[in-house]
Design a protein around this ligand. Structure first.
Ligand SMILES: Nc1nc2c(c(=O)[nH]1)N[C@H]1C(S)=C(S)[C@@H](COP(=O)(O)OP(=O)(O)OC[C@H]3O[C@@H](n4cnc5c(=O)[nH]c(N)nc54)[C@H](O)[C@@H]3O)O[C@H]1N2
Ligand SMILES: Nc1nc2c(c(=O)[nH]1)N[C@H]1C(S)=C(S)[C@@H](COP(=O)(O)OP(=O)(O)OC[C@H]3O[C@@H](n4cnc5c(=O)[nH]c(N)nc54)[C@H](O)[C@@H]3O)O[C@H]1N2
Ligand code: SF4
Ligand SMILES: [Mo]
Length: 754
């Protein structure tokens, strides 16, 4: 029998509402839900392939447990027994930090990933936490932490109302947007142009997004911080500073002007390969636009000055009066945010409260750099214990982090590893226990993370579109049981985890004077929660305590889970609204324009004025029909232009004697890989581009389609030593490499190039 069901798409940050067609419990079709309050029917090729992603025959159906060196199918009970037996002795003998936790990208795309990892981290008490954030957006968290006192207070460009968008190191026509949740990002950019707005794109490649723009600046990779500093300099120099109503919320304006005094357009132009006159024009246009938003993403984060670039993005929004105003960049307010506390000074944001054991990297936001995971496992030191057991949830760092070969070996040396992953892939193949979550159609969905980054306030929840197949366990329950097994409570009722969180949260809320439930009895409140299971009860609690919530009766018209369930296409909560000074949690209670760690990093930026490697540098790229490392196993999403080829400019190809389609060797500090050359003027001269997430040729994996066209692991070119020091974020873009035709004789290859 055929029926339809609604499901928010978890495959990228755009969070489109889908209408799934379901035949006999299988998803046979997916289209955009026209009634979705946010996405209004938009769907991309990945969402349209939801059924194929969901029913991939290589998805694991049962847990795997290693017996005599081999992974074998096991029952859930056996699997959790093995987890408890693997982790507890490590904790007891070597302490909690000897257990590492790695959280990968899909955790921000599942309810389980939002609700349970924080409990696991706190329960274990480990400081060995590594996530995809440090190969992604950690610089933005750090700059927000320093500017606003809250690492999660990330201003989002008001795409639908802005007159002027300056987009740096982002390619939303392929990625569908990031740290800016906007279903149909391409349509929104076209609408900006259609209403007479201006789009400028800064990217070393002429991307599909750049082709849509009024102006494209092919910056030299890694130099955005210099470029943005010069734009800020011009604003000061030409008296174009106009913070508007926000002026009273700022501190450090004069210090900022002084700090940027020498970073003139003329000084940075040779490093950036953008001429000084253009930089002045950028600044003047930004200041003159009725409203404008500066927005930077991966290309501005995963570089040596990622935190400075991220900071300058917001500095430009602030200086031009565009922070926190419609048409500028605003702080969203999600339905599951905590009820806003009264404005005023906060605790501020601290970096480096502890350090990694081997290279002494400072923690940022409680995390250590993913680039340092391998050495934290494989390098003994006098101080502290190496990581001996690892919990990996939705993570494939062997492909997504620098120097996969080293990490691959390190994972193989662990005493114990558990992966929560639907696939046996390059990383999970090292696990002693693999716990497979059900496919997305069998899971509920709510975007805890992306609603805090969305261009419109809205809230949506979809229950599982099809019931759990026999033998499956919900990922929420998998993680709850994993927490119990890892923290010495193996075998307890997994519902106890939710009960404990609810109890703690409500007990805290009733003590907070600004809370709508101040002074009430937490037990009475807990009894009021609705929901079919623990995760739903937790969602209900967060909604009711949140900024739009019913406050457990305090505002009878407010939001509850019941109310949300009555609106299957979601509830629109309106456009982004100015919120300052409420989101600020700095010690001064103001936006701190020149925080001390930023000031201390500026000399390193100045030194970059004179650094210009002679040879080629590497950047990444994304493809619309791909997603990081785990979607190459779906035939409907591979092939065509979605291939792991090295883009290089015709001038470079000619100089190197490389012909289109011919295999080339690419060498970096971490190793060497081979890929076919694709000669194209879409990359600027001096820059080559290879996508990430490929390299599916390791033994012992079970992703048959991906293995047939494995591609090369770009991250093998990195050795993990290049980081943005403030955030610990890996440098993935602007990395020096050498390229030579594979046909060239060994020995004579790379030497001739530099
Ligand atoms: N060179 C280079 N490297 C990069 C990047 C780049 O631009 N260039 N981008 C970086 C970025 S931005 C990111 S976010 C990282 C991503 O890197 P990772 O965080 O490692 O994420 P993925 O590669 O997407 O792998 C996700 C894993 O989760 C599994 N998975 C899929 N769905 C689910 C689910 O519902 N539940 C669970 N438990 N598991 C699931 C997949 O099978 C896969 O093993 O890569 C980074 N690496
Ligand atoms: N189809 C698809 N969608 C995805 C993903 C995917 O893998 N595939 N991954 C998801 C994830 S995890 C994330 S984090 C987002 C990322 O979303 P985006 O940030 O939009 O990611 P990209 O498409 O990689 O765009 C980054 C751009 O930065 C450019 N760039 C590289 N170096 C520099 C530099 O030094 N300066 C400047 N100005 N530009 C530079 C690159 O050429 C590239 O075009 O996408 C998400 N959406
Ligand atoms: S844009 Fe993203 S959320 Fe929307 S359908 Fe495509 S993959 Fe899914
Ligand atoms: Mo990412």
């Amino acid at each position: 029998m055929s029926r339809t069901a609604l499901r928010i798409c978890p495959l990228c940050e755009a969070t489109c509402g889908l209408t799934l067609t379901i035949d006999d419990g299988r998803v046979t079709g997916a289209r955009g839900d026209r009634d979705d309050v946010f996405s209004k029917g938009f769907v991309c090729p990945k969402g349209a392939a939801f059924g194929a992603v969901d029913s991939d025959p290589d998805r694991l159906r049962t847990p795997l447990v290693r017996v005599d060196g081999e992974l074998r199918e096991a029952t859930w009970a056996e699997a959790f027994d093995a987890v408890a037996a693997g982790i507890r002795p490590v904790v007891e003998r070597h302490g909690p930090h000897a257990v590492g936790i790695v959280l990968g990208n899909p955790n921000v795309h599942t309810m389980a990933g939002a609700l349970y990892p924080p409990v696991l981290i706190a329960g274990l008490g480990t400081r060995s936490l590594f996530t995809a954030s440090t190969v992604d957006q950690m610089p933005k968290h750090v700059s927000s932490g320093l500017l606003f006192g809250d690492a999660n207070a990330i201003p989002v460009p008001d795409l639908d109302r802005t007159d002027h968008l300056l987009l740096i190191g982002a390619n939303p026509l392929e990625s569908n947007g990031s740290l800016c949740t906007a279903p149909d990002f391409p349509g929104r950019l076209k609408a900006l142009r259609a209403r007479g707005g201006t789009l400028t794109v800064i990217d070393p490649r002429r991307t599909r997004t750049a082709r849509l723009a009024d102006r494209h600046l092919a910056v030299r990779p890694g130099t955005d911080a210099l470029l943005l500093a010069a734009v800020a300099h011009v604003l000061f120099d030409e008296g174009l500073i106009d913070p508007g109503e926000r002026a009273s919320h700022l501190t450090g304006l004069d210090d900022l002007a002084a700090a940027l005094r020498d970073l003139t357009p003329e000084a940075v132009a040779p490093a950036c390969d953008v001429d000084a006159a253009t930089l002045r024009t950028l600044a003047r246009e930004l200041a003159a636009a009725p409203t404008a938003a500066v927005y930077g993403r991966i290309g501005s984060c995963t570089v040596p000055h990622g935190t400075l670039a991220s900071w300058l993005v917001d500095v430009l929004n602030i200086l031009t009066g565009n922070l926190d105003r419609p048409g500028g960049a605003l702080f969203p307010q999600a339905a599951t945010d905590r009820a806003p506390r009264p404005a005023g000074p906060g605790r501020g944001f601290a970096l480096g409260r502890w350090h990694s054991r081997v290279s002494r990297h400072p923690e940022a936001k409680g995390e250590l750099p993913l680039s340092a995971l391998a050495e934290e496992i494989d390098t003994p030191t006098d101080e502290g214990e190496p990581i001996r057991a690892l919990v990996a949830v939705a993570a494939n760092p062997v492909l997504s982090a620098p120097d996969g070969d080293r990490l691959d070996k390190a994972l193989g040396s662990l005493d114990f590893m558990v992966s929560v992953d639907p696939y046996l892939n390059e990383t999970s193949r090292h696990a002693d226990v693999v716990l497979p979550p059900p496919p997305p159609a069998q899971s509920p969905h709510h975007d805890f993370a992306f609603n805090t980054l969305a261009v419109r306030n809205q809230v949506r929840y979809t229950r599982p579109a099809v019931p759990l197949e026999p033998g499956r366990m919900a990922e929420t329950e998998i993680l709850a049981r994993l927490i119990l097994a890892a923290t010495g409570m193996h075998g307890a009722d997994p519902a106890a985890v939710d009960t404990m969180v609810i109890d703690q949260t409500l007990s805290k809320a009733v003590r907070e004077p600004h809370s709508p439930v101040h002074g009430r009895d937490p037990k009475e409140l807990a009894a009021l929660l609705t929901g079919a299971d623990g995760p739903e009860r937790r969602l209900d609690m967060m909604l009711r305590l949140g900024p739009y919530g019913d406050g457990f009766g305090a505002d009878p018209d407010g939001l509850t889970l019941e109310e949300l369930l009555a609106h299957p296409h979601g509830i629109d909560l309106g456009p982004l609204r100015p919120r300052l000074p409420q989101p600020l949690k700095t010690r001064s209670g103001k936006v701190e324009l020149l925080p001390e760690p930023i000031a201390a990093d500026l000399p390193r930026l100045r030194a970059a004025l004179d650094e210009r490697p002679a040879g080629l540098v590497l950047v990444g790229r994304r493809h619309l029909r791909s997603n990081n490392s785990w979607m190459h196993n779906v035939p409907a999403l591979t092939g065509g232009s979605n291939r792991c080829t090295l883009h290089l400019h015709p001038e470079d190809a000619e100089r190197l004697g490389v012909r289109d389609g011919e295999p080339v060797r690419i060498k970096g500090a971490g190793g060497e890989v081979t890929a076919p050359a694709e000669v194209t003027d879409a990359v600027r001269p001096g820059v080559v581009s290879l996508p990430h997430g490929w390299g599916h040729d390791r033994p012992g994996t079970r992703t048959r389609h991906a293995a047939a066209d494995p591609g090369a692991n770009v991250n093998q070119l990195l050795d993990g030593s290049l980081l943005d020091p403030l955030s610990g974020n890996a440098v993935l873009n602007g990395v020096p490499v050498e390229v030579a035709p594979l046909s060239a004789a060994a020995g004579e290859t790379f030497g001739a190039l530099t």
